[in-house]
Design a protein around this ligand. Structure first.
Ligand SMILES: C[S@@+](CC[C@H](N)C(=O)[O-])C[C@H]1O[C@@H](n2cnc3c(N)ncnc32)[C@H](O)[C@@H]1O
Length: 229
């Protein structure tokens, strides 16, 4: 199936709210467990004061969990959509968990790769969940990582992978999005069409000079990219 890009930023407040209201807790827990296992395996658990960056953080699903897991680290969620960040900050204010080390910044990935940022080479862990497929120029993610990651930093990215056929798209929609609001279903279908294949991501990494990062297919719908810088 050919790739069909979707809009990059989720700027529409209704779209952002539908996303923030959806229950992705199983998926988010899955992401955090895989990341934690990976860091433990490498012996690279973030230390107090270390910076963890969550790119394309949306309403903060993953950022909050990272901060909950390692409360003494600094977690920075970055997104280009102010609508998403408003929801993330709202959730942070209401959270029963202490999220003092968590902060958010509104920035497009392209502004991070220019080098004109205070964040250069500062993060010991850089993650993203469901960001890559939004990008019209996917190299922006890999360039951003090169700018933000400290030497030896761990990177971990999970995204949808593009199904082989429109029949598979419908199967995934019926399996994972039944009873969801129509706006969420619309976005999910757009995301599956916009997602990359394993080979395409391997090609991106090669061109970015990041051959040390590994890409694998996980379950029936994800790609994971991970490694050290
Ligand atoms: C599908 S959401 C994922 C949100 C969150 N990571 C999660 O796991 O729930 C993708 C997010 O990436 C953001 N995004 C897309 N392109 C971006 C870019 N070029 N720069 C910054 N953020 C971007 C969107 O605004 C949106 O909030």
């Amino acid at each position: 199936m050919q790739r069909l890009p979707e809009p990059e930023l989720m700027n529409d407040p209704l779209q952002a709210k539908a996303y923030a209201d959806a229950d992705f807790s199983c998926e988010d827990e899955g992401f955090i467990c895989r990341l934690q296992e990976y860091l433990v395996g490498l012996g690279k658990i973030p230390a107090p004061g270390n910076l963890i960056i969550d790119l394309g953080c949306g309403p903060g699903n993953i950022s909050e969990r990272l901060q909950g897991l390692w409360p003494l680290t600094d977690v920075l969620g970055i997104d280009g959509s102010q609508a998403m960040l408003d929801l993330a900050k709202q959730r942070q204010r209401k959270s029963a968990v202490d999220l003092q080390g968590l902060s958010y910044r509104c920035a497009n990935l392209c502004s991070l790769v220019s080098g004109a940022t205070d964040l250069s080479s500062s993060a010991v862990v850089v993650v993203s969940n469901s960001l890559l497929h939004h990008l019209h120029k996917p190299h922006l993610l890999w360039d951003a990582i090169k700018h933000l990651a400290a030497p030896g930093a761990v990177v971990f990215h999970r995204d949808l992978r593009r199904p082989l056929s429109s029949e598979q798209v419908i199967e995934l929609k019926n399996k994972y999005m039944h009873n969801s609001p129509s706006i969420l279903i619309r976005d999910y279908l757009a995301s599956l069409h916009a997602a990359f294949t394993l080979k395409e991501v391997q090609f991106q990494l090669h061109h970015a000079g990041l051959d040390q990062l590994k890409v694998i297919e996980v379950e029936d719908r994800y790609l994971e990219v991970f490694g050290t810088m």
